[in-house]
Design a protein around this ligand. Structure first.
Ligand code: HEC
Ligand code: HEC
Length: 446
């Protein structure tokens, strides 16, 4: 087992007296058990929350001005992006500079407060410890103050050249005054302290109840108030059934608990499910470019054998997933139904998802051994019957729609319309997921 040496390394770290650091890279803890999210009480300072909210919506913080955090994390769409025009065509949000789009899809920021810091955990039946937590699809940031440097200074997002440039813009504004009042004058004059202050304020906002509403029909179901429909209950059962959808093995939920924060539909772990390449992403015009995910972070943090994590991305939480316009870290899917159908037929009919016979076309050949081919429903042979029928895929989609918070319900596309737009073909057919993309120039079409 190639992961054994990491296991030994961690085991050594756990033996008292053995001279190994108590951390893996910058990972601070090796918890015996994962931190229980639900035990955490969130009581952010209301002044900080209000300030953080102000920062979040301030369009002056980008270069050129006009792109606030909310521009890509739309509060009207569960803090996920509302894409238009070119950004919608590509599948990822637009940055502040004309013609620039983010390198990845943006997640919803609702329920963000439950994302744990990075940690390693070894399950009883696992032969090696696995990473959990951290911000971004590759966990490269471990706190909000660290995380916001991403969007603020990324030329494809908010485009500030430096903390000094940002500081010049904020000083002298009403926002600068409010920050000085909360954090002292230094926080507005000293660029690094300004970034820290913005981070603290945003972190408080993300911890507020405003960003953890728990108002979905599923939450009402958990609290034993409203029943789910027959189709929704079938979908729930398929979602949990280890021989059918097996979704809950990664998208964790605790149906028996009336506390909805135990059902965040992610275990905050990472997996390599090999979603198809999105040829429309600007970086993907270079056929040699791959977004390898977690191993980038593993290399930076000097984890042992970092390459074993190439192709791994953090398991997305599925609350409000039905109001997204594009799915997966690279925005490759356009309908929720396609996203679910991908799981059902990735292994049985790969040609449907990967063009030109290039199975797993977004993972470099040398890392394809990392791809999860063991988990149901992705563990079948090509040509065999999928673990989910077409009706069962529909049921899971119907269930996922119950995870939408009340405020966003009207935004969900009609399931029939969603299905009509889907590119998944029930039986092996000529149409592939790439059809939509082949209209545009991309490495796979030339
Ligand atoms: C141009 C679009 C854009 C803007 C503007 C933007 N973001 Fe994001 N955000 C993204 C993308 C794309 C990701 C996912 C990146 C990744 O996984 O590598 C992301 C991820 C995040 C995450 C990580 C969430 C998670 O589940 O790990 C947080 C937190 C976040 N953004 C907060 C902010 C804040 C705060 C601001 C304003 C300072 C902001 N974003 C501005 C596009 C944007
Ligand atoms: C082995 C772990 C695993 C299993 C099993 C699994 N998923 Fe996922 N899921 C992931 C990971 C990892 C991602 C993020 C992948 C990426 O972005 O490349 C993801 C992403 C998703 C997304 C996209 C979310 C978004 O915001 O774009 C949906 C929807 C989804 N999964 C639904 C399901 C359903 C339905 C099932 C069962 C049929 C399922 N998953 C089974 C690990 C898993």
């Amino acid at each position: 087992m190639k992961r054994l040496s990491l296991a030994l390394w961690v085991a050594a770290a756990l033996i008292p007296g053995v001279a190994v650091a108590e951390s893996i890279g910058m990972t601070p803890r090796l918890d015996a058990v994962p931190p229980p999210a639900e035990s955490t009480a969130f009581k952010p300072d209301p002044n900080l929350v209000a300030l953080g909210k102000r920062v979040f919506f301030d369009p002056r913080l980008s270069e050129p001005q006009g792109t606030s955090c909310a521009a890509c994390h739309d509060p009207g769409r569960a803090f996920a992006p509302t894409l238009k025009g070119e950004a919608l065509r590509i599948g990822v949000p637009a940055g502040s500079r004309p013609g620039h789009v983010a390198a990845r899809n943006a997640p919803s920021l609702l329920y963000l407060r439950y994302i744990p810091h990075r940690y390693f955990f070894q399950d009883d039946d696992a032969s090696f410890p696995s990473p959990f937590g951290g911000f971004f699809a590759d966990g490269r940031a471990d706190s909000i103050p660290e995380q916001i440097r991403g969007p603020l200074f990324n030329p494809d997002e908010m485009g500030n050249r430096s903390a000094r440039d940002l500081q010049r813009k904020v000083a002298g504004t009403d926002l600068g005054q409010a920050l000085a009042k909360q954090f002292g004058a230094d926080a507005v004059h000293e660029p690094e302290r300004l970034v820290g202050a913005l981070g603290k304020a945003l972190e408080a906002y993300f911890q507020s109840d405003e960003l953890a509403p728990f108002t979905s029909r599923f939450d009402d179901f958990l609290r034993k108030r409203t029943p789910l429909s027959a189709a929704e209950l079938r979908g729930l059962a398929l979602f949990r059934n280890p021989d059918k959808g097996n979704c809950a093995s990664c998208h964790l939920m605790v149906e028996s608990s009336s506390r909805p924060e135990r059902s965040l539909f992610t275990d905050f772990g990472y997996d390599a499910i090999a979603v198809p390449r999105n040829p429309l992403l600007p970086a993907n015009k270079d056929a040699r470019h791959f977004d390898v995910g977690l191993c980038q972070t593993a290399r930076t943090l000097k984890w042992p054998e970092p390459d074993q994590w190439c192709g791994y991305f953090r398991t997305a939480g599925l609350r409000n997933v039905a109001v997204r316009q594009t799915f997966m870290h690279n925005g490759v899917f356009r309908t929720l139904r396609d996203t679910v159908a991908f799981y059902a037929t990735r292994s049985t009919d790969p040609a449907q998802w990967y063009p030109d016979g290039k199975r797993f076309n977004d993972v470099p050949a040398r890392y394809q051994g990392n791809i999860n081919v063991n988990a149901v429903p992705m563990n079948r042979r090509p040509g065999s019957t999928p673990a989910l029928t077409e009706d069962e895929i529909d049921d899971i989609v119907v269930f996922l729609r119950t995870l939408t918070d009340a405020r966003y319900v009207a935004l969900m596309p009609d399931p029939a319309a969603d299905k009509a737009r889907s590119v998944h073909t029930p039986k092996t057919g000529a149409k592939t997921v790439a059809v939509e993309h082949q209209a545009a120039p991309g490495p796979n079409t030339r």
